[in-house]
Design a protein around this ligand. Structure first.
Ligand SMILES: *Cc1c(COP(=O)(O)O)cnc(C)c1O
Length: 230
């Protein structure tokens, strides 16, 4: 694929995804502006991530801190970065200045470590608590029964802003994910962010109240692996 073909294909994929987002919003009686598309760039090169941003995707998400640092250093400062994967405590210092949101706060220990580093850097960290609502099928996230204690602890930490909740549904038929998304909406309430929905289930997530959907593979449909990596 030439670079022009790559751009064309990414633009087409993005347009198809956008149409599906709009339809889901219409079905749910929601405004398009209520849903932020985060393009997950973990499978792709800096070049491809940059094309997505050029095509108008403001928000990019990475699951590995080191990959986020690398892409953030190379891409325009207009990118709004989201860390969506696990944050190791020794990577907090370099990650905090780069990201608008950390979607993967999953323990009290990490909460305290982020507070300490945010205080040292004199900034406020915006976090979403990742909770595990699908039990056995999914190993990531804070067990839901520990959420209240974590939120209570966070209210006493001046450099932490809990913006909302994140969850990952098991990779399953979208309709099977619906109860998980509905539960996240119910627990979060309407005033906060709800980061839920991936390529296979984002329409159901929008119908159930997602404010942020995290899409990777659907954006890269039909693009050969070698074009994504270079
Ligand atoms: C990879 C990833 C995504 C995107 O997954 P796709 O199925 O490729 O859309 C979303 N959220 C998290 C936390 C991820 O790690």
């Amino acid at each position: 694929m030439t670079d022009a073909e790559l751009r064309r294909r990414l633009a087409d994929n993005l347009a198809a995804v956008e149409a599906r987002i709009v339809s889901a919003c219409v079905r749910a009686g929601r405004q398009r502006d209520d849903v932020t598309l985060i393009a997950v760039t973990k499978y792709v090169s800096i070049h491809v991530a940059g094309i997505l941003h050029d095509l108008g995707v403001r928000d990019l998400g990475e699951s590995r801190p080191q990959e986020l640092w690398k892409k953030a250093a190379a891409l325009p400062a207009t990118v709004v970065w989201h860390l969506i994967g696990h944050l190791q405590r020794n990577k907090i210092d370099k990650t905090l200045p780069l990201v608008s949101y950390i979607h993967s706060l999953d323990s009290m220990r990490l909460l305290e470590a982020i507070e300490t580093e945010a205080a040292r850097q004199n900034r406020r960290a915006n976090v979403l608590v990742e909770i595990n609502l699908s039990g056995e099928d999914n190993k990531t996230g804070l067990p839901a029964d520990q959420l209240q204690a974590l939120l209570a602890a966070a209210t006493n930490l001046p450099h932490i802003g809990v913006a909302g909740l994140m969850t990952m549904a098991a990779r399953d038929e979208p309709e099977h994910c619906r109860p998980v998304f509905a539960a996240l909406h119910q627990i979060t309430g309407n005033g906060s962010l709800r980061s839920m929905g991936m390529s296979n289930d984002f329409e159901v997530a929008i119908e159930e109240g997602a404010t942020h959907i995290r899409l990777g593979s659907v954006l890269y449909d039909g693009i050969p692996e070698e074009n994504l990596r270079t």
